[in-house]
Design a protein around this ligand. Structure first.
Ligand code: NDP
Length: 329
């Protein structure tokens, strides 16, 4: 690598914030014990929040955003990593308080890194990204509650988004019957191609609902929150489980205790950002075996660093389908 590298830098301005491509040197990076030559990053919902300033995700200014990256270790003072190792980073406040993945070079704590599994290329690792790794955390959450393919259907909300698309592909490959809830009827064929058996209109779930509804599914992957999550819980079968990971509709949860005390429904919170390393490694190993890579490719588009700022408002508006990889070179 040359002495300088390119990065997308987000700065505060009098009018709000501005994103610019800048040339930096390693001296400009923040502290850490591992330096990584980054090849790819990605755009998640949280990156959209950071890049637009729609929520106060960024807490260090100026910042290099990007909550995910993949690359090759160039320097390491950490016992687990050596030059040449291929590594993935997801979360830990990177792209929020620590310089992130929209950069050709990153310096982070070695404790934050996961080895790129054999069988996943760097580009596909970012096609998975935080969104896909979170989908696997949801699948693991359902499995731990004993929700298996013969337990009944699984509903996936925010189906055409990043978390939703990967969740559908994973669940279908594992043998679950998947109901995809989407606001984009035009994406029905796309969702069926990923493995959804049934498509429902998200309006069925996004309005005011009853505390208990007809028992429709044994489990759920919910990326939407708010009334949608309340309705998903209210329509979960006796003994079922709902994994809650997102807030695309809102952070509120206007629910009641009825599904919990009358049907024994379990609500499982899913966090990817501070998840311990063993949980991450387990999720990434399972992604290497349980995700159909052809389906992953079909849900992914690749863009350059200079396209990132333009895509950010679209992901918040629910206009991005599947996953977006950023090739930083
Ligand atoms: P995307 O924007 O790719 O997907 C979100 C999807 O939600 C949209 O595509 C849309 O799906 C649906 N949606 C959008 N707005 C609304 C609305 N107002 N009401 C109902 N549905 C809506 O984002 P990601 O997949 O990257 O992230 C999804 C959520 O998961 C986000 O809230 C994100 O913050 C959260 N998340 C949480 C993580 C954690 O650690 N807990 C990690 C990763 C993500 P459709 O068009 O099909 O209806």
């Amino acid at each position: 690598m040359s002495d300088t590298f390119r990065a997308l830098q987000l700065s505060k301005t009098d009018d709000g914030q501005a994103a610019n491509i800048v040339e930096l040197t390693e001296n400009d990076l923040m502290d850490g014990d591992v330096t990584v030559e980054v090849t790819h990053s990605t755009i998640n919902y949280k990156d959209g929040l950071a890049l637009t300033g729609a929520a106060p995700v960024v807490r260090t200014w100026p910042i290099i955003p990007g909550i995910d990256f993949v690359g090759t270790v160039t320097k390491s003072e950490h016992g687990s990593w050596k030059e040449g190792d291929k590594v993935i980073l997801n979360g830990w406040g990177v792209g929020e308080t620590h310089f992130g993945g929209y950069s050709q070079c990153a310096r982070v704590k070695g404790d934050w890194l996961v080895a790129l599994p054999d069988g996943i290329s760097p580009e596909r690792a970012m096609a998975i990204g935080t969104a896909g790794y979170t989908s696997m955390l949801c699948v693991r959450g359902l499995e731990r509650q004993g929700i298996m393919p013969d337990s009944g259907d699984i509903v996936v909300t925010g189906a055409a988004g990043g978390v939703g698309s990967v969740a559908i592909a994973l669940l279908a490959k594992l043998g679950y019957r998947v109901i995809a809830s989407t606001g984009r009827a035009s994406e029905a064929n796309y969702l069926k191609g990923l493995g959804a058996a049934e498509i429902i209109d998200r309006d069925e779930l996004s309005g005011e609902g009853r505390p208990l509804g007809k028992e429709r599914w044994a489990g759920a992957v919910d990326a939407v929150g708010s009334k949608t999550l309340a309705n998903v819980i209210a329509q979960t079968k006796y003994g079922g489980a709902v994994t809650a990971c997102g807030l695309a509709q809102g952070p509120d949860l206007p629910s009641s205790v009825m599904p919990f005390i009358l049907r024994g429904v379990q609500l499982i919170g899913i966090d990817s950002v501070m998840a311990p390393i063993e949980k991450r490694q387990d999720a990434w190993n399972r992604l290497a075996t349980d995700l159909d890579m052809a389906k992953l490719d079909a849900m992914t588009e690749t863009v350059g660093l200079s396209d990132v700022a333009e895509i950010a408002p679209k992901i918040l508006a629910g206009q991005v389908r599947g996953r977006v990889v950023v090739d930083v070179n």
